[in-house]
Ligand binder design. Structure first.
Ligand code: FAD
Length: 346
């Protein structure tokens, strides 16, 4: 029986960031991932790191601000340990539309100067924020975690978690593992493994990426009312995203993709003719109140970090720090009462 101090179930950005952080405390960590790490919601994400000027639920504001502030150092560490660049871009975003809650409206001239190819918008403002390539980041995290001694088992779907003599037995189809502590980081699937019935649900998001003949079509993230555009340094531009209650269905609907592409063309006319590079869908992990579930549970030494909904890439560094503190029996550093599993489970 392979054993560890901590078993992390689920190798998305949340499980990977946590495994990486736990190793800094010298705990032995076994990460069990059903498929390959970082291939679910974290693979589908746009990678905007936007703590301000969006629809972030108010109780998450402090964590979002803290995590955005942690990001440069987090990226540096992960890039250094993995040798993989994760395309952290800090050019900022242009926010469009009403009620965005960020001061300083951009004049037409300022809009032109910032994004010459964007159609002039009635209401636009600038926000200093960053973005990252989540696919590169999860790949880098997996490599960094291995490098720091995380034991990673892929193709290892957790089927059952049960307590046995003050430890946990974690069963996959191929093996049984043993640990003193377990953390459920299974994203939209967190409710499917015992011993607690976590009420997570999948919220589907479809998006696409385009490549343009013109280099540097966009410099900033553009957050519109119907669609957002996220440029990558390699020339791709991501266009997202739908928010759909569709169960565990991950199919891509060509009509939906066409609609998103059209909306992007209304913001930046040249995007309308840019070639579609890829279209995909992912399942955001959410909960009844759209807030994450973080921390200890009613079962001693069984922890949860899930339900990050639309902000899991942004919230990964702070989540890793919080859960590590809770596991090490330290004050988490941020108020996490609003995210307790007890609000759902009695
Ligand atoms: C279209 C789209 C755009 C998004 N854009 C952004 C954005 O711009 N910024 C942002 O901050 N967030 C964004 N998000 C949200 C973000 O992607 C998620 O909040 C985040 O990826 C959640 O990470 P996770 O590790 O909890 O889940 P996941 O990445 O889904 O990882 C869960 C992992 O658990 C594994 N697993 C499941 N069940 C088991 C099991 N029984 N045993 C073992 N392993 C298991 C899965 O295979 C998976 O690898 C977006 C999401 C989508 C879909």
């Amino acid at each position: 029986v392979r054993s560890a101090d901590v078993i992390v179930a689920g190798g998305g950005i949340i499980g990977l960031s946590l495994a990486f952080e736990l190793r800094k405390r010298n705990l032995s960590v076994l990460l069990l991932e059903r498929g390959e790490p970082g291939r679910e919601a974290s693979h589908a994400a746009a990678g905007m790191l936007s703590p301000r000027g969006g629809d972030l639920p108010a109780p998450l504001q402090d964590l979002a601000d803290a995590s955005a502030a942690l990001y440069p150092e987090f990226v540096q560490e992960v890039e250094d340990s993995s040798g993989i660049k994760v395309d952290l871009r800090r050019q900022g975003a242009v926010l469009l539309g009403h009620g965005l809650g960020v001061d300083g409206r951009l004049s037409a001239e300022e809009q032109q100067r910032l994004e010459p190819r964007m159609a002039i918008q009635r209401e636009a403002c600038f926000n200093q924020e960053a973005s990252v390539d989540p696919r590169a980041l999860t790949a880098a995290l997996a490599k960094a975690a291995l490098h720091h001694g995380v034991d990673l088992a892929t193709g290892a779907e957790v089927l059952k978690v049960q307590t046995a003599a003050k430890r946990f037995e974690v069963q996959t189809a191929k093996a049984t593992y043993s640990a003193g502590m377990v953390v459920n980081c299974c994203g939209a699937w967190s409710g499917q493994i015992g011993p607690l019935r976590l009420p997570t649900r999948p919220v589907k998001g479809q998006m696409l990426s385009v490549v343009s003949e013109k280099k540097n079509l966009l410099t900033h993230v553009i957050r519109g009312e119907h669609v957002y555009l996220v440029p990558r340094s390699d020339g791709r531009i991501l266009i997202g995203a739908t928010v759909e209650e569709a169960g565990f269905d991950k199919r891509v609907d060509p009509a939906v993709i066409k609609h998103l592409h059209q909306k992007a063309g209304e913001l930046v006319p040249e995007m309308a003719t840019a070639r579609i590079h890829e279209a995909w869908a992912g399942l955001r992990p959410s909960t009844q109140d759209d807030l994450p579930i973080l921390g200890a549970t009613s079962i001693a030494n069984y922890f949860v970090a899930t339900g990050h909904f639309r902000n899991g890439i942004l919230l990964a560094p702070v989540t890793a720090k919080i859960i590590t503190s809770v596991i090490c029996d330290e004050a988490p550093g941020w108020a996490i009462d609003s995210f307790a599993s007890s609000r759902f489970l009695h």
